[in-house]
Design a protein around this ligand. Structure first.
Ligand code: UGA
Length: 435
């Protein structure tokens, strides 16, 4: 099949490279000339494990091309995917559809023959109708069907998530479009994943409801963790005990600093707003948003309390800045709340992140950026672990103990064992674990 993907951001690039790897002929289009120039040399602008290799392999095999020219690639395509950004609109929490609608107009002007136009960007319920309307207005003769095909991949494990999804959701009713989508996903759904066909609005809502449910699960266990601290229980034991119930499931029950990233905060806000506008508020999601924000605002308080009530004049050694491991993404990262609050309380923060330092610099200009974990901890009054990169899991604790000025460890991801930390002489503070 010939697939054209509009937008070479996270979702567009990973989807394009994976479809090419399955053997489809894929053209990736982006208006950013420098990005396209780099991609044509197999230089990938984002950090995502395995993506460089995938792009390189398919580029050199000729199955994957990169261009700024939308029209010729759309003309030849059986399926055109819209995978442009839908950021939160400034001033309100709605998804901004400017890029989606602009792509729709340009695609409509270039279509030839029957084409399935697929929305992969996360768009509010009803956006597929708007895309279809705009396309038919732009080109009344076009033979097209507009489908919704939300993407569920996670940053840091994007390729594996794309190639081995739990399900593929396609919202479209036109039988020709259905057949095209079946052909597109045949490499996956025959052996790997169920292909769920539904109507377009349901598909759009499945994406938001999935993210909101996962954000709710995280927020639930975070509040249970706080309760554990009060009653002397252990949240990891509680999570294991409830997660073994198949109806609940073990995933997304890791207590921590609160969810961040480019999706959960934005998508929960957008869903809550849409629901309010339809007069059917999802109060549970509104609460999740508020609880998560409050949690992030309270992070510095945790560190300050662990440091004996003040961090004035102290140095905090921070491990991890990205919103999660295996990404350089700083969007809505808990570090963006924690670091300024610690600095406002008089602390100096020295930090190390394996990939996100460059992204972090512009947001957190006063941080002292270290070249490795031990450098960040040298002379610090406390170690604060914020992002659970694998390389932080097996630190040389004797060395850490020597480097730290005071033996305080605040583990916001529960990666260390209390007994081991205590054996090395640390005063250890986890999340929702007994003292
Ligand atoms: C999320 C969803 O998991 C994907 O299915 C979805 O496709 C994506 O959003 C999207 O809409 O594009 P992502 O934001 O990349 O993916 O990362 P997650 O692994 O879901 O983590 C999100 C946040 O939740 C992170 O801040 C992470 O630290 C936090 N988290 C996750 C927890 O605090 N506890 C957990 O148990 C799991």
């Amino acid at each position: 099949m010939r697939v054209t993907v509009i937008g070479s951001g996270y979702v567009g690039l990973v989807s394009g490279a994976c479809f090419a790897d399955f053997g489809h002929q894929v053209a990736c289009i982006d208006s950013d000339e420098r990005k396209i120039e780099a991609l044509n040399k197999a230089i990938v602008p984002i950090y995502e494990p395995g993506l460089d290799e995938l792009v390189e392999r398919n580029l050199s095999a000729g199955r994957l091309t990169f261009s700024t020219e939308l029209a010729p690639a759309v003309r030849e395509a059986d399926v055109v995917m819209i995978a442009v950004g839908t950021p939160s609109r400034r001033g309100n929490g709605h998804a901004d559809l400017t890029f989606v609608m602009e792509a729709a107009r340009q695609i409509a002007g270039a279509l030839e023959g029957f084409t399935v136009v697929v929305n992969k960007s996360t768009v509010p319920v009803g956006a597929g109708d708007d895309v279809e309307r705009v396309m038919r207005e732009t080109n009344p003769d076009a033979d097209l069907a507009v489908a919704s095909n939300p993407e569920f991949l996670r940053e840091g494990s994007a390729i594996d998530d794309f190639k081995r999804p739990d399900r593929i959701v396609v919202g479209v009713e036109d039988p020709r479009a259905r057949a095209a989508m079946e052909a597109l996903y045949r490499p996956l759904y025959l052996n790997v994943a169920p292909l769920v066909f539904t109507d377009r609005r349901s598909a759009e809502l499945i994406k938001y409801a999935s993210n909101a449910f996962l954000a709710t699960k995280i927020t639930f266990i975070n509040e249970i963790a706080d309760l554990c601290e009060k009653v002397g229980a252990n949240v990891q034991e509680v999570a294991r005990g409830i997660g073994l119930d198949n109806r609940i499931g073990p995933k997304f029950l890791h207590a921590g600093p609160g969810f961040g990233g480019s999706c959960f905060p934005k998508d929960t806000r957008a869903l809550a707003l849409t629901a309010q506008e339809y007069g059917s508020p999802v109060r549970i999601v509104e609460t999740v948003i508020a609880v998560n924000e409050a949690r992030r605002d309270a992070l510095a308080g945790r560190v300050i309390a662990a440091c004996g009530g003040s961090v004035a004049g102290k140095r905090i050694g921070l491990l991890g800045l990205a919103f999660k491991p295996n990404t350089d993404d700083m969007r809505e990262a808990p570090a963006l709340a924690l670091v300024p609050a610690l600095e406002a309380a008089g602390a100096v923060v020295s930090a190390y992140d394996p990939e996100a330092t460059e992204q972090a610099r512009s947001h957190l200009p006063n941080v002292i950026y270290a070249g490795h974990a031990y450098e960040a901890l040298d002379g610090a009054h406390a170690l604060v672990l914020l992002t659970e990169w694998d390389q932080f899991r097996a630190l040389d604790l004797a060395r850490v103990r020597q480097l730290l000025r005071e033996p305080i460890v605040v583990d916001l991801r529960n990666v260390y064992a209390r007994e081991e930390m205590q054996r090395h002489g640390f005063v250890y503070h986890g999340i929702g674990r007994p003292r």
